[in-house]
Write a protein that binds this ligand. Structure first.
Ligand SMILES: *Cc1c(COP(=O)(O)O)cnc(C)c1O
Length: 412
């Protein structure tokens, strides 16, 4: 086992060696511009992009001409939300999204608010779920777009997108979903999920960084619009990607993205089961070694590789320092001087103290059982060490000892 152990696969994943192998020739001998129509260098690059477009489309049940390649999901989210808002401005100015969305969605909405759009940020329950009814109630005649992620990047909660998509369609609004974390873990079907726009990122699924895609539904009967009328491009230029995203295509990246999707299609089912088993082992080991902890996210409707845990009576920053040979994320993000609790945990009602003591484990394709055992051991050791120095934890223990019935700690 090599140290440090990488268990932060919601942040990024290593490129699968098979993906790397598929990409390699497209940097050197096959370096053509896929838009060059006059020679074989361009033609072979265009063929490679065509194949990758099919592979990406197949993963989500789309047709290849509905895939727009981008620089990643941040751009896909921006294009979906700002592009739809600008194109549909005549129809209305209201957007519905959720408090626990990724920053790329929330900040795109914030930008639109500065430009006169109105945005409803729906709350979630304690598991991080948004209720379809709340989406229904938030609809106005002015609503043009609903954006709800498929699976959350911090707590893994899977949203009921098929129903939300159906509600959006009934109301004549477009439905966008950020499917970055779900892709390659859950089966995705844009038709069954009633999705009009869907964001993907290669580097979250063992492909390269700097490439992603936006699925754009070709025919939208309810809106009576073609995709070009549906979205205003954010980048103008040579008219690549059907005019929706100009710029010379990142051929090696796109080839790698395609290969990553092909592998995901073939291996997703078995891989998700393996990850779920490892994730459950990790949780069991932590529970066996520690009290005063809670798992965040939906108990069942959750990504198979996600474990987000709050440890009472510990500080997240100290926890990360103690876990120097384990790569995980904290439930709080450093902003300037102090730690800000995550907007996701806060929206779920996790108290500030608990949110501060949270860790996000993201298991991945290359994690082993041995690594899970090691990480569990290190976390238990570190949390116990920090609690041994905590007067609050000590007084809690003595309070419990003096109470025969054994009151519950502050963490249920
Ligand atoms: C990582 C991530 C993004 C951003 O993707 P990039 O390709 O890194 O820009 C967007 N949404 C979610 C849910 C993510 O996890």
């Amino acid at each position: 086992m090599k140290l440090p152990v990488y268990m932060d696969n919601h942040s990024t994943t290593p490129v699968d060696p098979r993906v790397f192998e598929a990409m390699a020739p497209w940097f050197t001998e096959k370096f053509g511009n896929a838009a060059s129509r006059s020679h074989s260098f361009g033609w072979e690059a265009a063929e490679a992009v065509k194949k990758a477009r099919k592979q990406v489309a197949a993963l989500i049940g789309a047709s290849p001409d509905e895939i727009v390649f981008t620089s990643g999901a941040t751009e896909s989210d921006n294009l979906a939300i700002k592009g739809a808002a600008e194109a549909l401005r005549e129809r209305g100015n209201h957007i519905i999204t959720v408090a626990t969305e990724h920053r790329a969605v929330l900040d795109s909405c914030k930008r639109l608010e500065q430009q006169g759009f109105e945005v409803t940020y729906l709350p979630v329950d304690r598991h991080g779920c948004v209720s379809p009814d709340s989406v229904r109630h938030a609809h106005q005649t002015q609503t043009i777009l609903v954006s709800v992620m498929l699976a959350n990047n911090e707590v893994g909660t899977i949203q009921p997108v098929a129903e939300i998509g159906r509600i959006a369609r009934e109301h004549g609004a477009l439905f966008h979903t950020d499917a970055v974390q779900a892709a390659g873990k859950l089966a995705i079907d844009v038709d069954a999920m009633n999705v009009d726009l869907l964001s993907l990122s290669a580097h979250k699924m063992y492909g390269p960084k700097g490439v992603g895609a936006l699925y754009v539904r070709r025919k939208n009967a309810a809106m009576k619009l073609s995709p070009l009328a549906l979205l205003t491009p954010m980048i103008d230029g040579g008219g690549h990607e059907g005019g929706l995203r100009s710029g010379t295509l990142n051929v090696p990246g796109i080839v790698g993205f395609g290969a990553a999707c092909r592998i995901a299609m073939q291996e997703m089912h078995a891989e998700s089961e393996r990850l779920r088993r490892l994730r459950d082992q990790l949780e069991e080991k932590l529970r066996a070694g520690l009290d005063e902890m809670q798992v965040n996210g939906h108990p069942a409707e959750r990504l198979p590789n996600n474990l987000n845990v709050s440890f009472g009576y510990v500080d997240g920053e100290a926890l990360l320092v103690g876990l120097s040979d384990v790569a995980v994320s904290a439930g709080a993000a450093c902003t300037s001087a102090k730690m800000e609790p995550s907007h996701v945990l806060r929206a779920m009602g996790v108290g500030e103290d608990l949110a501060q003591g949270s860790l996000r484990f993201g298991l991945g394709r290359f994690n082993t059982e041995e690594e899970v055992a090691y990480v569990a051991g290190r976390v238990i050791e570190t949390v116990r060490g920090l609690r041994a120095l905590s007067p609050a934890y000590e007084s809690r223990l003595s309070a419990l000892a003096s109470n025969e019935t054994g009151t519950r700690g502050r963490i249920g």
